[in-house]
Structure formats: C-alpha cells, structure tokens
Write a protein that binds this ligand. Structure first.
Ligand code: KG4
Ligand code: ZN
Length: 350
C-alpha cells in the first residue's frame, strides 16, 4: 500500500510517499524558517499563506521523486490536529481535493501519532531494526513534550505518563536562543553554540528534575538564562558556549532521566525518541548511554524523521488505512491532540 501524506500543522509544508512497511519513497519538506526568522517565532497568518503557496508544489515534487502518479497511491493522509488552525486547514483541504479527484480514501492523522511512529520509517535502508511494542516514547518538539507508553501503533493504545506543565522543551530552546541572540529555530542554533562549551561552568538547574514524578517544566530554565543575561549582559565567545552547553545539559538530562524512569516503572525494555528535539545529538547520546546502563534498548529515528515531515504522517495514515479506517469529506482541523492527557498545563496531574 502506497500513501501520500501531507503535513502543514506549523511551519513546514511537507508531502511524502510511504508504504505501509514504513519505506520512504519520497519525502519533500519546504521549511518556512526564513520567513519567520525575523520575528523570532512562527507568525500564524504568514504560515497559512505560505502553506497555500507551497502545498501544490511539494505534492508534485513528492510524486515526481517517487516516480508515481496520484492514481498510483492507495490513500491520502493529512495532519488534521494539533496545530495552528489556519495552517492545518490548508493541508486538510488540499488532501480532500486530491483524494476526491483521485477517488482515493482520506484519513486524518494526529501529528503526535506521526512523531511517536517516526522511528519506524526506513530511509535508504540504513536504519537499525525497528523497536517492538510496547515501548516508552519521549516526544519532545516545539509544541509538545510528554512521555508516552505505546502498546500498539494506534491512538487508543497510547497512554500519556507525564508531560510538561508549561513550555515544551523545543520552545525552551527557541526562547533561550532568542534571549542569547542566536536566531530561530533555537534548537540547532543552541546545539551548534554548545560545541566546545563547558556544561559545568554555569549553574543551570532543570526544574522538577528530582520531583519523583514524570511531569516536567521548562519555563524556569528559560528564566534562569534570562536572569544570567540581566546580571552579566549578553554572553559572548566561550561564555556563550558555556551557557548553551549548561542549558542543553540541564534540558536533555531531565528529559532522558524521566524517560528512562518511565520505562523502568512500566517494566518496558524499549525506549524511543521522537519530535524535533530528538534531533539533538546530546539528547540522543545521553539516551543511548543511560539506556545501556539500565539494560534498555534505545531506538532513535533518523534526523529527518525527528523534525516535522510528511513521511511520518503518511506512515501513521497507512496504518489507519490498513485497519480499514476512513474519514469523510467533513474532516476538520483541531488545535488540540486527540491523545488522552494526564498533565494539565500549569497545574499538574489530572
Ligand atoms: O517536531 P518539530 O519539527 O515541530 C513541532 O511539532 O513542534 O520540532 C521543532 C522544535 C523546535 O522547537 C526546534 O528548536 C527543536 O524542535 N529542535 C531542536 C533541534 N532541532 C530542532 N532542539 C534541540 N536540538 C536540535 N538539534
Ligand atoms: Zn512536530
């Protein structure tokens, strides 16, 4: 089964062709980073307009890259939640038009399911063996940060174990990069700046690191960096490298420790990473290292599968289609995920 997947929930317009075994036949991502860079974050209205401009071209490019026609695919999958409504609507309506014209089934995909299953994507056939169920997955992106138990590749089989009470981990990277004048998006900028930095020179504590729960908090880490800048001025050269390395160590340290704790608590022997922050080499290294000392298997997606892409949407959609699931022409966009949540923003456990 071949599926065309569309993604437009935030600042990437993406289309991909993937089969139901996760083999990626084509993957085209148009990033809006340059468009939003001058504002230091995503401007929703500009995002929607740019998706409108690029959704047609990325679909054409994906079909050409795979060497197939629209009539060759067995279904059209599209991210319909969570995300910016105006941005999601562009992808959803484009997917409806394509599915209607080609007389193919349409399925909506929860973006978070895409991230949770991205580890199964096979690019260039170089990936390690896929993980087996059940596993515990750390999903850390710009909009979400949570730890899930995943028993099967369906939304009903996913259970949130704990999440951030405030900012997402990626949001913390973005806000700290902005504070330090490193530009947007912050994750890659901080990772670069942290190279050659001493993570122990500046004291930055990750809040709730020793709370004994799987809940997290990242707004306080940003505040600590803001205080440093207010006290000492904008760090430069080695000072900047040290601040970035300390911040990165605090955030990746708490993410990895809680994820490993979750796997041990759940008596699950496999840990998976997902979401844009999982592209971070320090996070990947720490997860592999701590996982190995605790006897856990750690599965990490290819970098291109971590940040937003159409392939993860096509794959999650393919699994829905294989189960005989379909959505109607009344498919709509929602700003919230369909996955059950246990951690409430600002308040902790439900
Ligand atoms: O998954 P994603 O592409 O979009 C969302 O669903 O949010 O994640 C984007 C987030 C941004 O906050 C970005 O700064 C962060 O992932 N990110 C990283 C890295 N690459 C992207 N964070 C840390 N290190 C990276 N290398
Ligand atoms: Zn995402």
């Amino acid at each position: 089964m071949l599926v065309l997947g569309l993604e437009s929930s935030c600042d990437e317009t993406a289309a991909a062709i993937v089969d139901d075994a996760g083999r990626v036949r084509a993957d085209v991502v148009h990033s809006q980073v340059r468009l939003h860079a001058q504002y230091g974050g995503v401007v929703p209205e500009l995002a929607s307009r740019d998706h409108l401009r690029n959704v047609g071209p990325v679909v054409h490019a994906a079909l050409a890259q795979a060497g197939v026609d629209l009539t060759d695919v067995d279904g059209v999958a599209v991210t319909h939640r969570p995300g910016l409504i105006g941005a999601l609507l562009v992808g959803v309506e484009a997917a409806k038009g394509l599915a209607w014209a080609a007389r193919k089934p349409l399925v909506g995909v929860d973006h978070l399911m895409g991230h949770l299953l991205a580890v199964f994507l096979q690019r260039d056939g170089r990936e390690a063996a896929p993980p087996s169920f059940p596993f515990v997955c750390l999903l850390a992106s710009g909009g979400h940060t949570a730890i899930y138990r995943v028993d099967a590749p369906y939304a009903e089989a996913v259970m949130e174990l704990g999440a951030t009470r405030d900012d997402a981990a990626g949001e913390a990277f973005d806000k700290v990069a902005k504070l330090l004048g490193l530009g947007y998006p912050g994750g890659p900028a901080i990772e670069r700046a942290a190279q050659g930095g001493d993570p122990s020179r500046v004291k930055i504590l990750a809040p709730m690191a020793h709370s004994g729960s799987l809940e997290m908090s990242f707004s306080g880490v940003k505040t600590q960096v803001a205080r440093l800048v207010a006290r000492d001025g904008l760090p430069a050269d080695q000072d900047a490298r040290d601040v970035c390395a300390s911040f990165q160590a605090a955030v990746t340290g708490v993410l990895v420790a809680k994820t490993i704790d979750a796997a041990l608590e759940q008596r699950v022997d496999t840990v998976v990473l997902g979401g844009g922050v999982a592209a971070n080499q320090e996070l990947r290294r720490r997860a592999r290292e701590l996982g190995a000392t605790r006897g856990l298997r750690v599965s990490v997606p290819a970098i291109a599968s971590c940040t937003d892409n159409g392939a993860m949407v096509a794959y999650a959609g393919a699994l829905r289609l294989v189960r005989g699931e379909r959505d109607g022409w009344d498919l709509t966009a929602h700003n919230r995920t369909s996955l059950a949540r246990v951690t409430r923003k600002g308040r902790g456990r439900r």
